[in-house]
Write a protein that binds this ligand. Structure first.
Ligand code: HEC
Ligand code: HEC
Ligand code: HEC
Length: 134
C-alpha cells in the first residue's frame, strides 16, 4: 500500500522534473504523418497526463460491462501510433522506437499490458505486404 503510494509520488515528481523532452519525448520521431490529419482521440496534453486512465476505464467497460467501443480501444492506439521503422518492420515493444515503450522506458513506468495485448498493428502488416506485391 505505502509502497504503491510512494511510487506514485515518485512518478509525479519525475513527471514534474522531467516534463521536458525526456518524457514528452519530443526528440523522438512519432512516425505519424501529420499531413494525413491524424489526430489523437483527445488533445495531446490530456493524453499525456491521462491516457492510462482512459485505457483502464475502457478495459473495465469492455471486460466487466461488456460495452465494446473503438475510440479508446488499445488496438485503435496501436494502429495509429505504431508505424514501421526504416527497414519496414514494426518496432518491438522492448525497443525505445516503440511509441508507447519509448516513453515508458524514459519514465521508468512499468506497463505490462503487452504481455497479452498486441503491441503492433495486424491489419497494417497485411496492407503493407499487399502494397509490396504490387
Ligand atoms: C488516429 C490516430 C491516433 C489514435 C487512434 C490515437 N492517437 Fe495518440 N496521438 C496521435 C497524434 C497525432 C498525437 C500528437 C502528436 C504526437 O505527439 O505524436 C498523439 C499523442 C498522444 C500522446 C502524447 C504524446 C506526447 O508526446 O506527449 C499519448 C500518450 C497518446 N497519444 C496515446 C494514445 C493512446 C493511449 C491511444 C488509444 C486510446 C491513442 N493515443 C490513440 C494520434 C493518435
Ligand atoms: C493477462 C492478460 C492481460 C493483460 C496483462 C492485460 N489485458 Fe487487457 N484484456 C485482456 C483480455 C483477455 C481482454 C478481453 C479481450 C476482448 O474481449 O477484446 C482485455 C481487454 C482489454 C481492453 C478492452 C478492449 C479494447 O481494447 O477496447 C482494454 C482497453 C484493455 N484490455 C487494456 C489493458 C491495459 C491498459 C492493460 C495494462 C495495464 C491490460 N489490458 C493488460 C487481457 C489482458
Ligand atoms: C508522453 C509519454 C508517454 C507515452 C507516449 C505513452 N505513455 Fe503510457 N505512461 C506514461 C507514464 C509517465 C506512465 C506512468 C505514470 C502515470 O501513472 O501517469 C504511463 C502509464 C501507462 C499505463 C498504466 C500502467 C499501469 O499498469 O498502471 C498504461 C496502461 C499506459 N501508460 C499505456 C500506454 C500506451 C498503450 C501507450 C501508447 C499508445 C502509451 N502509454 C504511451 C507515459 C507515456
Amino acid at each position: 500500500m505505502y509502497k504503491r503510494i510512494s511510487l506514485k509520488i515518485l512518478l509525479t515528481f519525475s513527471l514534474v522534473f522531467f516534463s521536458g523532452a525526456s518524457i514528452t519525448h519530443e526528440n523522438m520521431p512519432h512516425n505519424i504523418d501529420e499531413s494525413a490529419g491524424e489526430k489523437c482521440v483527445e488533445p495531446t496534453d490530456i493524453m499525456r497526463a491521462q491516457h492510462h486512465i482512459f485505457l483502464t476505464q475502457q478495459s473495465h467497460d469492455t471486460v466487466v460491462k461488456g460495452i465494446r467501443t473503438k475510440k479508446y480501444s488499445l488496438n485503435n492506439c496501436i494502429n495509429c501510433h505504431i508505424k514501421p521503422v526504416a527497414d519496414g518492420t514494426y518496432p518491438s515493444v522492448k525497443s525505445e522506437e516503440h511509441f508507447c515503450s519509448g516513453c515508458h522506458i524514459a519514465a521508468a513506468a512499468q506497463v505490462e499490458c503487452f504481455d497479452c495485448h498486441a503491441s503492433k498493428p495486424f491489419k497494417k502488416v497485411a496492407k503493407k505486404i499487399g502494397s509490396l506485391e504490387k
